[in-house]
Design a protein around this ligand. Structure first.
Ligand code: PEP
Length: 246
């Protein structure tokens, strides 16, 4: 069975003042049975890792370059994130795919780089509204999954987050049946490609407008092992109850 994980994506939010809220999140999640991951902006990774030291909260990045070092102005490598105290990194978030033209090939290369450094890769996939309305959800999710995951992954270093693009930051959430359909499909695809042991060990997170009020019912859906949470991960008062529901 896959481990449970409540992950927060702070996106481009937070200065050092937000470290107090991170400490509150560590306190609010101290009794959670799930693993907890918070991914602040890169400027805060080092200080965030110090802030949560001794708690059950792990710190992750929101992206990394596929190379370890070199002439890539403005980019960060997986090695740098690890050096700053991160143990995981979000890769292929739809905002990276849209804003920075990241393709499955790029996401796969980044995933390989992250895992080579011992980071857990939280690989994001998900359909747009047009793709869902065209009936292409499973085709898109399957193709992104196949293209974004490298061979040789293991359950310990890989997390897949299904995030319908139209549900991110919109307050719109798929029905529980729709979430279950995609998660069951993704689980079957993972097992078919990586075998029973690895395919069943990879946590499948749902992401897209998860809030304290809908977390428990989403976590009750088959093959949902947790959530990747954006807006509601910024406040302990929201993220604490979400983690507790897992
Ligand atoms: C996200 O950014 O990954 C996300 C799911 O955002 P939100 O929870 O705000 O929809």
């Amino acid at each position: 069975m896959a481990r449970k994980l409540a992950a927060g994506n702070w996106k481009m939010n937070g200065t050092r003042a937000a470290l107090a809220e991170l400490a509150a999140i560590a306190d609010a999640t101290k009794d959670a049975s799930a693993d907890i991951l918070i991914c602040p902006p890169a400027t805060l990774v080092s200080a965030a890792a110090e802030t949560v030291s001794g708690s059950k909260v792990a710190i992750g990045g929101q992206d990394c370059h596929a190379a370890n070092s070199g002439a890539h102005t403005g980019d960060l490598s997986a090695e740098m994130l690890k050096d700053a105290g991160a143990t995981a990194v979000i890769l292929g978030h739809s905002e990276r795919r849209t804003d920075h033209g990241e393709t499955d090939i790029i996401v796969r290369a980044k995933t390989e780089a992250a895992q080579a450094q011992g980071l857990v890769a939280v690989v994001c996939i998900g359909e747009t509204l047009d793709e869902r309305e065209a009936g292409d959800t499973l085709k898109v999710a399957g193709s992104q999954l196949a293209g974004s995951l490298p061979d040789g992954i293991i359950g310990e270093n890989t997390v897949v987050a299904y995030e319908p693009v139209w549900a991110i930051g919109t307050g719109k959430v798929p029905t529980l049946e729709q979430i279950g359909e995609v998660h069951d499909f993704l689980r079957a695809e993972l097992v078919a490609r990586f075998g029973d042991a690895i395919g069943n060990a990879i946590p499948l997170l749902y992401g897209g407008s998860v809030k304290p009020g809908n977390a428990a019912e989403i976590f009750g859906v088959s093959n949902v092992d947790g959530a990747l949470v954006g807006g509601a991960s910024l406040k302990a008062a929201d993220f604490g109850p979400i983690a507790a529901a897992l």
